[in-house]
Ligand binder design. Sequence first.
Ligand code: SAM
Length: 268
Amino acid sequence: MQVLRSVKRLLSDPSGRFGRLFKTGGPVWFWLAPPFVQRSRSRVYVASRPDSDFVHHEHPELSDLADSWVHHNPKNSFDLPRLYALAFNIKQVMAEDVPGDFAELGVFRGNSAAVLAHYARRQGRRVVLFDTFEGFDAKDLVGIDGNKGQGFVETSLGTVQSVVGDPSAIYVRGWFPGSVTPEVEDRRYAIAHLDCDLYEPMIAGLRFFYPRLSPGGLLIIHDYGGVHWDGAKRAVDEFIAGISERLVQIPDKSGTAMIRKAAERGVP
Ligand SMILES: C[S@@+](CC[C@H](N)C(=O)[O-])C[C@H]1O[C@@H](n2cnc3c(N)ncnc32)[C@H](O)[C@@H]1O
């Protein structure tokens, strides 16, 4: 009873913090979030959904994509900034009519591949998915990655196909870059999503996709800022030193970074 009385007093006190809060109708987080975000050591924080989605309903497809996003992978529900960053930047490339297919190196169970495949289908593009579909290859667990264990074995091509759900997707199975076929070598790409964690496939992926990326094309690099996959970061830093574009970082869980390839149209 004492507790209830205290709560009631707080809520009815127009000069107190909580009274003001409810009187103005302001959302709780508007008042509490700034100090909370700055001081808390909590892993999870609360963020607004983008207005374009929640207020203006510009992305109705995201509710279906969110289902694929967490399928066989419930932890992904805590990484909505990554989903939004993928969707919005893919849509930007599509709106600009950058020519080419979409690709992913590092598919695992197909959660991010399903996002790429959805948007590729809308414009009659193909999605090309590269993976061993049985986890890391021992050949890559050397050098800077010699301290990493075997990972991502709990999957299969069948699992990925059911999550991606796109009969026109092209699956390139096996150790990359050895798996590359003339069919995928001759394609142009508008988007390449590199999510392969280790130095060897990451440097090979950058060397393969960057020259095949259309002007204005997008390279999405997962795990650049996440610290754990230091081999992936090293590969990106080495590669970036030799090209004219630079990285933009996204504050999602594992530190996605992105590069737009220069569109060669000069400054207006
Ligand atoms: C982090 S998982 C990909 C996760 C996925 N992009 C997602 O967000 O749902 C990394 C994947 O990279 C793949 N991979 C790493 N090195 C590879 C290589 N050299 N060739 C083919 N696949 C590789 C692994 O098999 C694994 O499935």
